[in-house]
Every structure is written in structure tokens, then in C-alpha cells.
Write a protein that binds this ligand. Structure first.
Ligand code: SOE
Length: 387
């Protein structure tokens, strides 16, 4: 058997997402037969990249992303930095002929996202592709939900209830991090986790949000400045800084089909750690998913005999479920990190086949427009805003 040609990857950023992507680049080729063989070549970070490269398994390190873009021996630039740097790095990389994987939300403004989507369209013509990391699309149970909707198992979709519930800010003494700084993150819960539920809801329902009415709230406006990052939070210093983003975003949506949606994204849902919840109600059934139980999908079939009605639990770990056959025997659960490997599998396959990936930068631009519409609506006292 001849070895698959190498695909040399540079990763820009080495925080929490950097670790998740590093693991995916290394693990995916061990469990999936890929048309190209990813090589973790270069890790970029302004501070401490050499130590991270060593720990996360990258051959070389650099403190300047321009090196990744300039080097001829790099094929892919994977961007896991805060949103304020996405546009500059992604556009430069695409113009240099690199394939680009970029974390969500795509950018901090519609203008940046538009420029990124145009750069991606131009690059696609020259054979370089761009994907946005809405990773939850690759959780097998979410893929199964989408398949069931497409096959008509719940009939016509009428309502979508989507929530992304975290609680890592519920303590007002928790320190500021870049995620609370509008200049870096663009927005707060809205862009960080609201973007995920917008994308996941549209992906599963097979429909696009057409208009929104929303409201945003910042409960704690000053927090201690971060002394040392640990996980999503960290150690507080004795200085205080201004929180410049929303803590919670609540919005109602109308989909193009006429279906209605209700969305909540918050970091104040005490006791909920990473609960991305989706419930889709149709004319003949319903589906429910919770990321805190990510191997499970609940399915209600309203056509069953009345004495047997009820939500049933599908365990999305059978070989028939997307990606599952390449991991463990039936019933052996997957975790948060597996979706990142699935993302690598699809991205590498798309590169080999020169196919536009999903979600493309154009798909992610649409999410950006929904985010901006929610902000616009909130500013106008929750008036309905078109996307
Ligand atoms: C923090 O809210 C965070 O890490 C997000 O930034 C990720 O996108 C999400 O997957 C988990 O929560």
C-alpha cells in the first residue's frame, strides 16, 4: 500500500482550542483512512509556543503567524486565535494558496466576515478551500437528528428551541478573560456560544433564520483582571476591568419556512456546564439533544399507537451512525473531542476532492449576519430585524 501524500499543517493559537485541534490532527489519521496524511508541522503563538509545540506534538514553533503563511512547505493554516485576528490571518493564508480552517464565530463583524467569504470564494477557484469550525455539526447524534429531519421522520418542522447553557461566569468574582473583551471577542455569550446554537439549529432543521427579535444583558459589568488563565477562567488579580460584552443573549427567530425558534445563550445557567440543547418539534414527531449527554438523541414518533407514545432514546454509537464505526465497538461512548477529529476527517477529504467544505465561510457569514441582527434588534428595544 502506498502512503497517502502529506498535508503539512500550521496551527495558529495554542489555548484551549489549540489543544482540541492538536489532538484532532494527531488522532484522526489513526482511526480514519484519510486521502492525505496530516503532519502537525508548525505551532504559532506569540508567547510560549515552543513549550506548547512540545507538549501538543508539533514539529516546530514560531511567534509570528506570517511565517505559516509565507512558508512553501505549509499546506493548511488552522486558526484558533480570538476573533479579532481571524480575518487578517485567514485572508493572508487564502491569498497565499493555503487551505484554511478557522474557529467560530468566523469574525467580529459582518464586514470582516464578508471579506473572508470573498477571499474563500476566490481561493476555491484556485484550489484552496476554507471551512469554519462549527464543530458540533460533527457530533454523531446531531448528524442523526439532521438525517431524521431530512427523511421526514418528524414531518414538517414547526418549532426549534435552542439553548446553550454554561455557568462559568455565574460567580461575579470570576476574572476577566479575552472572551469578555469586545475588542477581542466581538461579543459575549452571543458570538461565543449563541453562534453554535444558530448553526446547529439551522443544520438540523435544514432551514435558515430569516428574522430575529432579541435582547442582551450584562449582569456583571466589572470583574477582576486576570492574573493567570486556567481553563475558561483563571486566577484573579486585585485590579478591576470593564466587561464590554453581553453575558446572556435571548432571542426569538422566524425561519424562512415559517417555523419559529427560541434561543438562549448564557454563561449564567448555574449548574449547567456545557449544555447545548436543541429540541425540534414537527408535525409528526420531535427530536431532542443535549451536549451534556452527547451520545444520545431523543426521538418522539407521533404516528405510534397512543399507548406506546413517548420520547425514545437513540444511542448514536452504532456503526450505522456517522463516524461511529471507526471508533469503538457498539455502545462505547464518544466525547467532546471526537467531533474535532470528525472535522479533520471531512476537511482533509474536502481538500483531497477540492470540494467546498461545510460549513463554508459563506455559511459562517450567514451566522454572522444572524448575530448582528440580534445585536441590532436588542439595540432597537427588541424590534424584529431581518437577517
Ligand atoms: C466557551 O464558552 C467555549 O469554550 C466556546 O468558546 C466553545 O466554542 C464551545 O465549544 C465550548 O465553550
Amino acid at each position: 500500500m502506498t502512503a497517502a501524500p502529506a498535508l503539512r499543517v500550521a496551527l495558529v493559537g495554542h489555548g484551549f482550542m489549540g489543544a482540541a485541534h492538536s489532538q484532532a490532527w494527531r488522532v484522526a489519521p489513526r482511526f480514519f483512512d484519510l486521502p492525505l496524511r496530516p503532519e502537525p508541522a508548525l505551532l504559532v503563538g506569540r508567547h510560549g509556543a515552543a513549550e506548547s509545540a512540545d507538549r501538543l506534538g508539533w514539529a516546530e514553533s514560531s511567534d509570528d503567524w506570517r511565517e505559516a503563511v509565507a512558508r512553501d512547505d505549509i499546506d493548511v493554516v488552522d486558526i484558533v486565535t480570538p476573533g479579532d485576528t481571524h480575518a487578517e490571518i485567514a485572508i493572508a493564508a487564502l491569498e497565499a494558496g493555503k487551505h484554511v480552517l478557522c474557529e467560530k464565530p468566523l469574525a467580529n463583524s459582518i464586514g470582516e466576515a464578508e471579506r473572508m467569504a470573498s477571499a474563500a470564494a476566490a481561493a476555491q477557484e484556485r484550489g484552496a478551500i476554507a471551512m469554519c469550525g462549527f464543530t458540533y455539526r460533527r457530533v454523531p447524534a446531531i448528524l442523526e437528528a439532521r438525517r431524521l429531519v431530512r427523511e421526514g421522520a418528524i414531518g414538517e418542522v414547526r418549532e426549534v428551541r435552542a439553548q446553550y447553557l454554561q455557568d462559568w461566569l455565574s460567580d461575579p468574582a470570576g476574572p476577566m478573560t479575552w472572551r469578555l473583551d469586545r475588542a477581542k471577542a466581538g461579543s459575549g455569550s452571543l458570538g461565543d456560544i449563541g453562534a453554535h446554537i444558530i448553526d446547529a439549529a439551522e443544520f438540523v432543521a435544514g432551514d435558515l433564520i430569516a428574522s430575529v427579535s432579541g435582547t442582551l444583558e450584562t449582569y456583571v459589568r466589572q470583574r477582576p483582571v486576570l492574573a493567570e488563565q486556567r481553563g475558561l477562567g483563571g486566577v484573579a488579580s486585585d485590579r478591576f476591568g470593564e466587561v464590554t460584552v453581553d453575558d446572556a443573549a435571548w432571542f426569538t427567530t422566524r425561519f424562512a419556512s415559517g417555523a419559529m425558534g427560541s434561543f438562549t445563550a448564557t454563561r449564567y445557567a448555574t449548574g449547567r456546564k456545557n449544555a447545548l440543547r436543541l429540541e425540534v418539534s414537527g408535525t409528526r414527531g420531535a427530536l431532542a439533544f443535549d451536549l451534556e449527554r452527547l451520545n444520545e438523541l431523543e426521538f418522539y414518533d407521533a404516528t405510534e399507537p397512543a399507548d406506546r407514545l413517548g420520547f425514545r432514546r437513540i444511542l448514536a454509537t452504532e456503526p450505522e451512525h456517522a463516524f461511529a464505526a471507526n471508533w469503538w465497538p457498539t455502545g462505547h461512548a464518544l466525547g467532546y473531542e471526537h467531533a474535532f477529529s470528525h472535522q479533520v476527517v471531512d476537511f482533509v477529504t474536502d481538500i483531497a476532492e477540492r470540494r467546498e467544505p461545510e460549513p463554508s465561510f459563506a455559511d459562517a457569514l450567514h451566522v454572522q449576519r444572524v448575530l448582528a441582527a440580534v445585536e441590532g434588534s436588542a439595540e432597537a428595544g427588541s424590534a424584529w430585524a431581518a437577517v
